[in-house]
Design a protein around this ligand. Structure first.
Ligand SMILES: Cc1ncc(COP(=O)(O)O)c(C=O)c1O
Length: 440
């Protein structure tokens, strides 16, 4: 992680404004734009103390152009681009439009490969272990559907908190290939040990399990499960693990090998802050043969991981903006981001527990088990209708945007997801609104 703040600040600006070397005078001539796009000096010190440095986080918040119409506490869907990254994206769209297929034919492959190298370096893996996708969905679908080691009668394990379309993808294997499905429910409230016990018991009770899906941070309650430890339990039995890290990279502070899994899917458009439509899949080098090339792979040989994805002609301006997003992310620092996001979650949860009658918070107060995302119920209400109504009321009556989520065996809830630009005063408004609703 670079600490060379001024260098990177310069490179973000250069990239963002499309300036060639020697054109820095333009920046000086337009100080107000430069000011608007300049990151504050990088934080030194430990991330826990940095988490409450409101001066710094306020400067970061000022780098985002947000709608004044509502308080956005639904930042799990995708990440708002900070202004420097947005400027770079706009520049890429316009440059691409000018050079058109000339650029795509001559240079894109080499540039995309450099970007792959940058992602790999930040993730702590080799570039030939990752392939770009349009998001985690494409990565997950390709990994699940092309995993070669399942035969009829083998089982795949997933939980009630895993992503619904990946559950459906595994169910599809059941229908077309005779694979069995073992579904478990994660206990609620969960503890670190109860999560491990749930997986340990399921693996012991079902010797036919050959593959386990683990969602690092799930999109329903925000619970962050101890992936490396569960993966260890599975590996001891020779069982493979596929990690859905759609929500976790850029949100929690970790490197890909820390997951202890051979297969994983990532998003770059959620917590890394790249434009919509970018993600990647990871296959540990010595496991490439266990994922079949995807449908058509005429562009890359079967010993090249890029043959595991075949997207066709798609947006490339978003891919070309990934370096600016990675740079912005690195300037703040993964540890600082993770600590700030937990701080914001704790900020509203602590107050809500004290002030809001009958609130039930669905992520436990164990910092190993959450990041920013946390869902809640009021008055024990867990129906879809009740929670949709609650999210609607927050939106329409209080201008606070959250989302109702279903899927956990225990029922529905409302999900609250602050981002690094969320200000504590916005969370005060959420708590005040919930207090009023709960009292009514
Ligand atoms: C846990 C989880 N997995 C996978 C995905 C799929 O990500 P995308 O739709 O960006 O491809 C999401 C999207 O929200 C998710 O929350």
């Amino acid at each position: 992680m670079t600490n060379n703040n001024s260098l990177s600040r310069r490179s973000i600006l250069k990239g963002s404004l499309g300036l060639a070397a020697g054109a820095t005078a333009v920046i000086a001539a337009n100080n107000s734009i430069a000011q608007e796009l300049t990151l504050p000096k990088a934080l030194s010190g430990d991330s826990l103390s940095n988490a409450s440095n409101e001066t710094y986080w306020n400067q970061i918040a000022n780098l985002y152009q947000l709608s004044p119409k509502f308080i956005n506490l639904e930042n799990g869907f995708y990440g708002v681009l900070p202004k420097p990254v947005l400027a770079e994206y706009q520049r890429q769209i316009s440059t691409l439009n000018e050079s058109s297929s000339f650029y795509l034919r001559q240079n894109y492959a080499a540039d995309a490969d450099k970007i792959r190298q940058q992602i790999a370096a930040l993730g702590g893996v080799s570039p030939d272990e990752i392939a770009l996708t349009r998001g985690a969905t494409e990565a997950l679908q390709n990994l699940v559907s092309n995993y070669t080691k399942l035969k009829a009668g083998d089982s795949v394990l997933y939980s009630d908190l895993d992503y619904d379309s990946t559950q459906a993808n595994i169910d599809y294997l059941k229908d077309v290939r005779g694979i069995k499905v073992v579904k478990i429910n994660i206990p609620e409230p969960a503890t670190y040990d109860s999560i491990l016990d749930t997986y340990r018991n399921a693996l012991a009770a079902n010797p036919s399990i050959k593959l386990v899906l683990l969602t690092h941070i799930n999109h329903k309650t925000g619970l962050a499960i101890p992936v490396p430890e569960i993966a260890k339990l599975a590996k001891m039995k020779g069982i493979d693990v596929l990690v859905d890290a759609a929500h976790s990279w850029g949100h929690l502070d970790f490197k890909i090998p820390d997951l202890n899994a051979d297969f994983a899917a990532f998003n770059l458009h959620k917590w890394i802050g790249a434009p919509l439509g970018v993600g990647f899949l990871y296959i540990r080098k010595d496991r490439l043969a266990d994922i079949h090339p995807h449908l058509v792979s005429e562009t890359a040989g079967s010993d090249d991981i890029r043959s595991r994805v075949h997207t066709g002609t798609t947006n490339t301006a978003n891919v070309l903006t990934i370096p600016a997003a990675l740079n912005f992310h690195q300037q703040i620092g993964a540890a600082n981001k993770a600590a700030r996001l937990r701080y914001l979650r704790d900020y509203w949860v602590t107050r809500a527990k004290k002030e809001v009658k009958g609130i039930q918070i669905l992520t436990p107060d164990d910092p190993r088990l959450y990041g920013s995302i946390t869902s809640f119920r009021l008055g024990g209400k867990s129906s879809k209708a009740d929670n949709q109504e609650l999210a609607k009321r927050l939106r329409e009556q209080y201008n606070i945007f959250t989302v109702a989520r279903g899927g956990p065996a225990s029922g529905d809830s409302v999900r609250v997801t602050p981002a690094i630009f969320t200000r504590p005063k916005d969370l005060d408004r959420l708590v005040a609104a919930l207090k009023e609703i709960a009292q009514a």
